[in-house]
Write a protein that binds this ligand. Structure first.
Ligand code: OAD
Length: 238
């Protein structure tokens, strides 16, 4: 049995599976279609260049969906336990705001966030105040049509990578929750953490594409297995 204390460096990675029971569709559980769109048609810079209106419509719709969903017990559990573990970091691939709304601190949205926009003219990142449109105005530089979702699309570099690699090198426990392990670099985090000496744990509905990289695995619904795992984990902390 591994023993940890309050100061153990911990990294938790989450994916779409943690938000599934809140009512948000995962990416790869529906015939490769994501809310009836092929991912290449909406989540690439090329798609945005080709048809920015369609891409805005898609993300505006997904942003509106956030008003209809709530964090579930897995999000709440991570916030409750991790906020008391000062060297723990939560890295999410999700662009929803459910970890934030559950109250998680030390949270990195490596694929960006539906609630943020970025101006391609001046690089200013800020909160989205209204639906984005092809003629939206950047309040900072006054450019028209330069504001896009602050979402990492395929072919773009995920955010915070330098900090994330440092955290992976230093952590003693790495947990992966609700992610298929199909998209790199996140899919490679378990191997990096394991190579640096961390104990690696997968919590997912089914074995992921990179399940071989984990020393321990628990399969089931996030709202059940995440609280169960953390209850056991805190039994071994100060
Ligand atoms: P996926 O849709 O690829 O995988 C979701 C995983 O969650 C699958 O392994 C499911 O079995 C599991 N799952 C489903 N329901 C669950 C539940 N109730 N409890 C626990 N697990 C459950 O989503 P991600 O791995 O997050 O990138 O996808 C990674 C990236 O691919 C996304 O961040 C996105 C996408 O392209 C960008 O937007 C850049």
């Amino acid at each position: 049995m591994h023993t940890y204390n309050k100061n153990t460096p911990i990294v938790v990675l989450t994916g779409a599976g943690i938000s599934a029971e809140s009512g948000l569709a995962t990416f790869r559980d529906n015939d490769g279609l994501w809310e009836n769109h092929r991912m290449e048609d909406v989540a690439t810079p090329e798609a945005y260049a080709r048809d920015p209106e369609m891409v805005h419509r898609f993300y505006n719709h997904r942003r509106q969906q956030l008003t209809e969903v709530q964090p579930n017990s897995a999000h709440v559990c991570l916030a409750k336990y991790m906020n008391n573990l000062p060297n723990s970091w939560l890295i999410t691939q999700n662009v929803d705001d459910l970890h934030q709304r559950a109250g998680s601190e030390r949270l990195l949205h490596m694929h960006g966030s539906l609630t943020l926009q970025r101006c391609t003219a001046c690089d200013q990142v800020g909160a989205v105040a209204a639906d984005l449109r092809t003629d939206s105005l950047c309040e900072t530089c006054q450019s028209v049509g330069s504001v896009r979702p602050h979402i990492v699309w395929f072919g773009e570099m995920p955010l915070y990578m330098e900090q994330i690699y440092q955290l992976l090198e230093q952590c003693e426990l790495f947990l992966s929750i609700g992610t298929s392990g199909a998209v790199y670099p996140a899919a490679g985090f378990a191997q990096i953490a394991a190579a640096a000496g961390a104990h690696t744990v997968e919590l997912n509905l089914v074995p992921s594409d990179v399940s071989f990289a984990f020393a321990e695995s628990h399969y089931g619904k996030a709202t059940e297995i995440v609280p169960a795992y953390f209850k056991k984990l805190v039994a071994f902390t100060d």
